[in-house]
Design a protein around this ligand. Structure first.
Ligand code: SF4
Length: 278
């Protein structure tokens, strides 16, 4: 894998993310080998070629400096790992970059929110347990946990998942790993749900029911965005497997986001299943 040096590693948000509750985000890698066809980084500033992956080799050094400074000032907040890559793709097994970063996070007692589709997250359960017990939460956030673990899905249908998330473990494997994280605050992030494929009211209700059976305490929902090269790739998928849906997508997407009405529908759904702050 290519190695790159970066200038910064910890992104501080202007405003806390309302879904994931993070004040910071951190991406140990650039790109992602899971190669989901709906991946939003294709149409974003993070680059077009999602599979041109690289490890940010100086990330531990930068994070050590950054967290030591912020801990001294008491600027604690949840760090989301990761928002623009998969922190536990296959290469992490050998490189252990995410693991090294978690050790630094533990040292400075910052809370984390892990976002993953990978089974490899099981390897770091020991560190996550320690973070969960020792992290200092920002006083304005009434959440008595130091680690939150979210597993991402776009569908629980194995056949669709195989096509749209070719490099990721099957949904059932993710559910099993979620179940294995006993004692953690954990849940399912259905982000994005796929219009007309996994977003009907019955579909979402069923997905939440299954996630709960595997121990989920909450469910998060997010809309599919389609921009640039990402939109071209997604439409090729529709042409090949679901051509009858193309007119419906055309009606839903006037811009890179779906219609306001659709977004409101998801938001309403989200309110029913948000992370419980008690
Ligand atoms: S796992 Fe996440 S970051 Fe990786 S390709 Fe899929 S959507 Fe993108």
């Amino acid at each position: 894998m290519k190695e790159i040096q970066v200038k910064s590693i910890l992104n501080k948000h202007k405003k806390r993310d309302h879904l994931f509750l993070d004040d910071y985000s951190l991406n140990p890698y650039y790109g992602c080998s899971f190669n989901c066809i709906y991946c939003y980084i294709r149409g974003s500033k993070y680059g077009r070629n999602v599979t041109a992956i690289a490890s940010k080799i100086n990330a531990p050094e930068l994070l050590e400096k950054e967290l030591s400074k912020r801990a001294k000032k008491g600027e604690y907040g949840i760090i989301a790992i990761s928002t623009a890559t998969e922190p536990y793709m296959g290469e992490e097994k050998k490189l252990k970059l995410t693991r090294r970063l978690l050790k630094i996070i533990l040292k400075y007692r910052f809370p984390v929110h892990i976002l993953t589709k990978s089974t490899l997250v099981l390897r770091d359960m020991d560190l996550l347990e320690e973070i969960d017990e020792n992290a200092i939460m920002p006083s304005c956030l009434n959440l008595k946990r130091g680690a939150i673990i979210s597993f991402s899905f776009s569908t629980l249908d194995e056949k669709i998942s195989k096509i749209v998330e070719p490099g990721a473990p099957a949904p059932i494997k993710r559910l099993e790993v979620m179940k294995a994280f006993e004692g953690f605050l954990k849940g399912a992030a259905f982000i994005p749900v796929l219009p007309f494929l996994s977003d009907s009211a019955e579909n979402m209700e069923e997905m939440v029911k299954v996630a709960k059976e595997y121990g989920a305490h909450y469910a998060l929902f997010g809309a599919l965005t389609l921009a640039g090269e990402g939109k071209e790739i997604y439409y090729k998928f529709l042409e090949k497997y679901y051509p009858e849906l193309i007119p419906k997508y055309n009606e839903l997407y006037f811009s890179y986001e779906p219609s306001k009405e659709y977004q409101n529908m998801l938001e309403k759904e989200q309110k029913r299943y948000a992370i419980n702050m008690e």
